[in-house]
Design a protein around this ligand. Structure first.
Ligand SMILES: [Zn+2]
Length: 185
């Protein structure tokens, strides 16, 4: 899929279909829609396409303790309230910064229905490729799984040329501003 972004760097990717996913009361994935496949590709989850995710626990598919906690908190919020829970996040691929909005709502069975709405995209001026580190080393960078910013020299910012061209190993977490957003949900 990745080599299909060979278009001009100035051409913005087209609007993408809303990805839907439902989990039951035990957070087991019970439904994904047809748009799931391309979403999974962009999320490093090429192995988890379509039917392969059904029956898996959503939390098992999320990398990093803090990101798991974030997801769990969002699920609890959705189940607790009557209203829809909405938060914005990024879902970048090596060429494209993708700005997304998640909507979560629960029903009377305790199931939670996710809709991942694509807001817009921008192309990166250079290739930015991340890989989840198998072990945390001294130089392993932290990448926020919500806004996709990377912590570098103590600052959280959008991935820059220094993260481009070569494969950068990262571990996933949640940055302070996304943690704040979570508290305000
Ligand atoms: Zn963040």
């Amino acid at each position: 899929m990745r080599h299909s972004f060979a278009a001009s760097a100035h051409a913005l990717p087209r609007h993408e279909a809303t990805v839907e996913l439902s989990v039951n009361q035990d957070n087991v994935i019970v439904r994904v829609n047809a748009a799931w496949d391309s979403f999974a590709h962009h999320n490093d989850g090429a192995a988890l396409t379509n039917d392969a995710v059904l029956g898996l626990n959503l939390l098992d598919s999320i990398s990093g303790k803090v990101s798991k906690h974030f997801t769990l908190t969002m699920l609890e919020l959705a189940r607790r309230g009557e209203r829809e829970v909405v938060f914005d996040y990024r879902c970048d691929s090596p060429r494209v910064r993708r700005f997304m909005r998640a909507h979560l709502r629960s029903d009377s069975t305790g199931a939670v229905h996710y809709a991942h709405e694509h807001l817009y995209s921008e192309t990166f001026p250079h290739l930015v490729t991340f890989k989840t580190a198998t072990q945390r080393g001294r130089d392993t960078l932290m990448r926020c799984s919500i806004c996709n910013h990377v912590r570098s020299d103590g600052l959280w910012r959008t991935p820059d040329r220094e993260h481009g061209d070569t494969l950068t190993e990262v571990i996933y977490g949640v940055c302070p501003s996304c943690e704040q957003m979570l508290k305000e949900c």
